[in-house]
Design a protein around this ligand. Structure first.
Ligand SMILES: Cc1ncc(COP(=O)(O)O)c(C=O)c1O
Length: 364
């Protein structure tokens, strides 16, 4: 029997516009024709100082043959101390990416819509496409601030979730508490993605027990350097948290991620020293970029800086850097076609990236 398997796949998933992830170091090194150790990877907003030494030590003694705790008791207790919120307000996921996906499963039916503020993190739109929901993109203004009036004009009965990344990836600006309060007044589910919270020091987490329609997303990927282990968490009111727990896969957070999170939170003082180094470096890089001609850096509260170049230059400069083993992030987005995003690395990496940008920018 000759089965055409695609006839059985959900029609809306047959022609997926996929998420464009970043390649791992060995693939990038091969592209540049250099050794893995030589590349400068500034395309994933990763932590250049890696994870906590305590986390790495803890992983060595982790028993791998036992399933992790489905109710994440130790994780939630430890995060409760870190966030100053009760354990009932907390759920962990395999990266905050998994939590975004779970939120879609809980709230979105085929044909619903979600709203985000363009440009922003591509994962919201990606999950919407998988769910068969449409994405309404309300454009950010010229400083990339969110447009609440524009939002209000676009809300319909089918709108279920409004997503805001704060600091916004890739533009770097935050959504203020007043803006969040106006969003909450829409009565829709408001997801404030604080993946870069530790670099901004700005949070609206204290609102979760006053507003049932608020979810805060956080991650251990950035400040704690655990991107490879995939662990993030959500803060929300206990009713919503319990529904998310009910639908998650039972052992969603693996044992290595659990152990690393616990050790990292015990070592948070040291990790925050690395965060401070990254913030210092962000400020230094911003000042250096400002001095260059033909490139405009945008102020950032994250561990990255978005830069605007003259028409047609961004991709060319980025490609030249890639040929020299320095990888930045370019976006397949009309509004950002003349931009790239640089993750903040070590001082040594900053010096190299700036000198290459300077060299190529003025040659092209
Ligand atoms: C705004 C934002 N949210 C979430 C994530 C994903 O984080 P995680 O590694 O926890 O899945 C990222 C990663 O780049 C991000 O930029």
């Amino acid at each position: 029997m000759n089965i055409k398997i695609e006839k059985l796949i959900k029609p809306h998933l047959l022609k997926m516009k996929v998420y464009e992830p970043v390649d791992p170091p060995e693939v990038l090194a091969k592209k540049a024709g250099i050794k893995k150790e030589q590349i400068i990877k500034l395309n994933g907003n990763e932590n250049p100082y890696g994870g906590s030494k305590k986390a790495i030590q803890a992983l060595e003694n982790t028993p791998l043959h036992i399933y992790p705790d489905p109710l994440q008791r130790k994780i939630r207790t430890s995060l409760s101390q870190y966030t100053n919120l009760p354990t009932e307000n907390i759920i962990a996921g395999a990266g905050s990416d998994e939590l975004i996906d779970l939120i879609f499963r809980l709230f979105i039916s085929y044909g619903d819509n979600i709203i985000d503020f363009d440009p922003t993190f591509a994962m919201y739109g990606f999950c919407a496409r998988i769910a068969g929901a449409s994405i309404i993109k309300v454009p950010r203004d010229s400083n990339f601030e969110i447009d609440i009036e524009g939002l209000q004009k676009n809300i319909t009965d089918k709108t279920k979730i409004i997503f805001v990344s704060s600091p916004n990836n890739p533009t770097g600006n935050i959504c203020t508490k007043d803006q969040v309060l106006s969003l909450l007044n829409t009565g829709k589910l408001i997801v404030i993605d604080e993946a870069y919270y530790e670099f901004s020091g700005y949070s609206v987490a204290e609102l979760v027990n006053k507003h049932e329609n608020l979810v805060i997303l956080r991650t251990m990927s950035k400040w704690a350097g655990l991107a490879g282990l995939r662990i993030g968490y959500a803060l929300a009111n206990p009713i919503l948290i319990n529904h998310l727990i009910d639908i998650k896969s039972p052992y969603n957070v693996n044992i290595a991620a659990e152990v690393a999170l616990l050790a990292s939170l015990e070592d948070s003082e040291n990790l925050m020293k690395n965060v401070q180094l990254i913030i210092n470096e962000r400020n230094r890089m911003f000042t250096m970029l400002k001095k260059l001609k033909n490139i405009k850096p945008y102020p950032s509260y994250g561990n990255y800086i978005l830069c605007e170049l003259a028409e047609g230059k961004a991709k060319l400069v980025m490609n030249q850097l890639a040929e020299n083993g320095v990888f930045l992030r370019y976006f397949n987005n009309e509004r950002l076609k003349n931009f790239f995003r640089i993750a903040i690395g070590t001082p040594y990496q900053t010096d190299i990236v700036i000198s290459y940008i300077n060299k190529f920018l003025n040659k092209l």
